[in-house]
Design a protein around this ligand. Structure first.
Ligand code: GDP
Length: 219
């Protein structure tokens, strides 16, 4: 059984100083708003409303932490980062994204992997590229090509090939996986779970990270 099936809400972090200091491994989910990130989290964890769509009115630009592992003693966190690139978002919201999610993704020592949701019809956009550029080179990335049910058979493999080429150019030599994904057709679920489970199995569970590295520097 995938460890993702144990996911439950843990906490919301609105400022970097509220980040957990327990040193558990973290896997972040990121993506353009409307790319299908919350649908992917919910289906991978088999929970109806664990993550909320970035279109949900009133959602703040916060990081949502979900605990996974045994109930009494979580072994890791999944971290839902706010969707970016929402056309109607005011400049202040975009600045807030950079200050919290951007800094989290770029500097968090506990990060053991990033799952990036990319709409299979749009492929990797400029903002996705920017995000990938922020990540430390050692962080493995799993790209879910979402809504692949909307593509025909030939289009799907073409989309995957094109995305792999884009990503190899953006992060040459990095640990990258690209899978066709669909919530409605239930494509790629087992494959995605196996990759994330693998990251967590490799993470040094239970070893508190060095405090000086775990906490983000407040500028
Ligand atoms: P988020 O903003 O990235 O969290 O995106 P959501 O998960 O809220 O999804 C945005 C829209 O895409 C919603 O209307 C979803 O129902 C739809 N959607 C998400 N995943 C899929 C999928 O695999 N197939 C199809 N056809 N629609 C999807």
């Amino acid at each position: 059984m995938s460890i993702l099936l144990t996911a439950r809400f843990h906490t919301t972090v609105a400022q970097t100083r509220q980040l957990p200091r327990v040193g558990l491994p973290e896997i972040a989910f990121a993506g353009r708003s409307n790319a299908g990130k919350s649908s992917a989290i919910n289906v991978l964890c088999q929970r109806r409303r664990l993550a909320f769509s970035s279109r949900t009115p009133g959602r703040t630009q916060a990081l949502n932490f979900f605990a996974i592992g045994p109930k009494e003693e979580p072994s890791a966190f999944l971290v839902d980062t706010p969707g970016y690139g929402y056309a109607a978002a005011p400049q202040s919201v975009r600045g807030a994204w950079d200050a919290l999610a951007g800094r989290y993704l770029g500097r968090r020592a506990e990060l053991r992997g990033v799952v990036l949701t990319v709409d299979s019809r749009r492929l990797v956009t400029e903002l996705d590229r920017k995000l990938l550029g922020w990540l430390a080179p050692a962080v493995p990335v799993l790209v879910l090509l979402t809504k692949s049910d909307k593509l025909g058979f030939a289009e799907r493999s073409a989309a995957r090939r094109a995305a792999v080429a884009q990503l190899e150019e953006i992060r040459p030599g990095a640990d990258l996986s690209v899978i066709l994904f669909s919530v409605t057709a239930r494509t790629g679920l087992d494959e995605a779970r196996a990759i994330i489970d693998g990251w967590l199995a490799r993470a040094r569970v239970g070893q508190p990270a060095d405090d000086s590295k775990t906490v983000l520097v407040e500028d």
